[in-house]
Design a protein around this ligand. Structure first.
Ligand SMILES: [Zn+2]
Length: 213
């Protein structure tokens, strides 16, 4: 616990001091360009990964970077949907980025039997949003895959599925059609720092440097 408190004191002395003018500028409003939807995993640090400053990323963090499909009224998972609504409708973000990562515990749970998840009933229920990934990976064409490969496949199929879920939101679809919002999917590899960007045209993930060409 002491480590957390000490961290704040150090932030006030160093990090805050270094960005003081920016924090003053941001004190009354924010205009983030991107809604970053990332896994809650402690090894994924969005600002570090994208070299972003305070005020640039509006973030949603949840287990396995999931997006519930759109429902017109109340649903069970309003934490994520309300943040999406606010980011798009009020803040007017230009990009929505789904950022999954390697060694994702949530995605790994899609590869284990539901009966083995009795001690984590809320996670099990939340992960139903990614059921199509579980179903897809149980198909015979994936049977030959070894575990690390299968995990990557689950993480990547999950990113693609969540991008599809975003398109079920009428106000997002409207902005896509008007060319006013970009949907981006990334797979971040913890041990190498590499990021693979989903190329919607080819249907493949490619190293981010290739996507910049
Ligand atoms: Zn994760």
């Amino acid at each position: 616990m002491r480590q957390l408190f000490k961290g704040v004191v150090e932030f006030q002395r160093e990090g805050y001091a270094a960005h003081q003018a920016l924090f003053t500028e941001l004190s009354r409003c924010q205009k983030p360009h991107t809604l970053f939807i990332g896994c809650s995993d402690s090894r994924l640090i969005p600002t570090l990964l994208t070299n972003s400053r305070p005020g640039e990323l509006f973030m949603i963090r949840n287990v396995a970077n999931l997006v519930p499909p759109y429902k017109p009224s109340e649903g069970a998972f309003l934490g994520t949907t309300s943040a999406i609504e606010y980011a798009v409708q009020v803040l007017g973000v230009e990009n929505i980025l789904i950022c999954g990562h390697s060694n994702c515990g949530g995605c790994c749970s899609l590869l284990t039997p539901l009966e083995s998840q009795e001690t984590i009933p809320h996670v099990r229920s939340w992960m139903k949003i990614a059921d199509p990934v579980r179903e897809e990976l149980s198909q015979p064409q994936y049977a030959h895959l070894e575990m690390p490969e299968k995990e990557w496949m689950a993480e990547r199929l999950n990113i693609i599925l969540q991008l599809e879920h975003l398109k079920t939101y009428p106000y997002i679809q409207e902005k896509i059609e008007a060319g006013r919002i970009n949907l981006i999917g990334w797979h971040y590899i913890i041990e190498t720092g590499e990021v693979y960007n989903y190329n919607a045209k080819s249907g493949h993930f490619e190293l981010i440097e290739e996507s910049m060409l």
